[in-house]
Structures are given as structure tokens and as C-alpha cells.
Design a protein around this ligand. Structure first.
Ligand SMILES: [Zn+2]
Length: 271
């Protein structure tokens, strides 16, 4: 039988291992923020005593107001590829700042800190946070993200997920009409690294070329009443694929989305 001391020390070790999971994401982002004049660390405190980690890459001005884009990862704590992809994407933008010209790219690398630290989908109170949005949720992570979505007036929201039931890449589109024409080339770019899921039904939804046009209720999106709907993309990588491949596929997709949306804006300005 374990002594009382063992019972106390085991959880303490577990806590420290769990913290390391988050630090593996946050430390490189914080280090980059400390050396980059364009990459800012600005966490947001919330009511639970925790904070929502936020980093912002401020691109060179592009001739108009900056275009705010939000990228959200780790809302399901057992899908770490998106969080790792955001570390890598910050490094990519730091090395190639022209990719972010005209943009302010908001990084939310760990939207569900408890789930991330414990390797579980759910929040501390046992909720799937990606079913809680715009329903008056009491979950502090949801409240702070809803507030961000309201106040930052994003032109695009991109959520990064991994699906352990899919053998290929796919995504959900919502919001602005052009969203599908952003996701298709993004999936094509990501196919350099992983195959696309071409099934007619994915995750219970009708799909066409890896694109699904409906989604679950309560997911992290803009509220439907928002005027001038932003583009909204939920990108899913096959979770059983090697982590590095998932990360590379996500980076290729993110680069494509920024480039295609810039092209769209330039075209719209010419009309
Ligand atoms: Zn997910």
C-alpha cells in the first residue's frame, strides 16, 4: 500500500509534467517575442485566475487598415498539432515577414489550457468547449474568447484541429462566401504533406473534396449576427499521421490562406 507521502508526491510530479506540455509551446513563442519587434506577447487574464495566451504578429502596413486574423489552436486539449503548428508559423512569419504584410495575425496557441496540460479534449469542468460558444456559457475560456472575437473584429478566423477518425485533411467553411475559395487552395497546398480526405461523408457531414459547409452548433466561430461576416475555416489534420507532417500541412494551409486573401483584397480594391 502506498504511503501517504507517495500519494501526495505523485500528483505533484504529474502537475509538473503537465505544465511542461504547455511550456513546450509557450517558451519558444515567448523567446521569439523577446527578440522580434513584430511579434508581441499579450496574454489576457480571465476570471478563473488563469490567462488566455495571446501573441500578435504585426505585419508591415499594406496600404489600408490592418486586417485582423485570429488563429485558434488547442480548444480540444488532446489535439496538440495545431499548437505546435502555431509555434512553427510564428517562426515562419518572423523569417518571412512579407507573408504577413497588411495583417495583424492573432495567435491563440492553447485555448483550453487545462485540457492541453492533461492531454484531454475537455475543460476543467468537463465541457467540450467547442460546443459552448454563443450560448451564454459559464466557461471562462469561452467567455474570454467570445470577448476577443467581438473586440478584435477579425476578417478571418481559423481553427486548427486534428481528427483521429480521418485518414486525410479536410475542413469546414462558414461565414463569408469566399471562404470555400480560400480553403480549397489551402488544402491543395497542404496536400504536399498529407492526403486530402475525399470521402462523401466526413464526421457525419456531407463533404465535397474535403470541404464541409455545415458544422456543429456551439463551435468557436463569430456570432451569426455579426455584420460583414468574416471568413471562417476549421482545418482538420488526420491525427494518426506523424505530428511533423500535420504541422507542415497546417503551415502550408495557413500560408496559402494569407496569400489568397491578400489577392482577393487586391482584386476587390481594383473593381
Ligand atoms: Zn478538435
Amino acid at each position: 500500500m502506498r504511503s501517504l507521502l507517495d500519494q501526495i508526491t505523485v500528483p505533484a510530479q504529474t502537475v509538473s509534467v503537465n505544465r511542461q506540455r504547455g511550456q513546450a509551446i509557450l517558451t519558444p513563442l515567448q523567446e521569439l517575442a523577446s527578440v522580434s519587434g513584430r511579434f508581441l506577447h499579450s496574454p489576457i487574464a480571465h476570471s478563473s485566475g488563469r490567462s488566455l495566451e495571446r501573441f500578435v504578429f504585426v505585419g508591415q502596413p499594406g496600404g489600408g487598415d490592418p486586417i485582423n486574423i485570429g488563429i485558434f489552436a488547442g480548444i480540444h486539449g488532446d489535439e496538440p498539432a495545431g499548437s505546435h503548428a502555431l509555434v512553427r508559423f510564428a517562426e515562419v512569419l518572423h523569417a518571412n515577414p512579407e507573408l504577413a504584410t497588411g495583417y495583424k495575425v492573432f495567435f491563440y496557441p492553447i485555448c483550453n489550457p487545462f485540457g492541453f496540460e492533461h492531454g484531454t479534449r475537455i475543460s476543467q469542468s468537463g465541457k467540450d468547449l467547442n460546443r459552448e460558444f454563443w450560448k451564454g456559457s459559464a466557461e471562462p475560456e469561452v467567455q474570454v474568447l467570445e470577448n476577443e472575437i467581438h473586440s478584435q473584429k477579425f476578417k478571418g478566423l481559423i481553427s486548427l484541429h486534428s481528427d483521429d477518425t480521418s485518414d486525410g485533411l479536410y475542413g469546414f467553411v462558414r461565414g463569408a462566401v469566399l471562404t470555400k475559395s480560400l480553403l480549397d487552395p489551402a488544402l491543395a497546398a497542404a496536400e504536399q504533406f498529407l492526403p486530402r480526405n475525399l470521402q462523401n461523408t466526413i464526421d457525419g457531414f456531407a463533404a465535397h473534396n474535403g470541404i464541409i459547409s455545415e458544422c456543429y452548433d456551439g463551435i468557436l466561430t463569430s456570432p451569426s449576427r455579426l455584420e460583414n461576416s468574416p471568413f471562417e475555416i476549421i482545418l482538420e489534420t488526420p491525427q494518426h499521421a506523424p505530428l511533423q507532417r500535420q504541422v507542415e500541412a497546417m503551415i502550408a494551409a495557413l500560408k496559402s490562406i494569407l496569400a489568397e486573401y491578400q489577392r482577393f483584397l487586391a482584386f476587390a480594391a481594383d473593381i
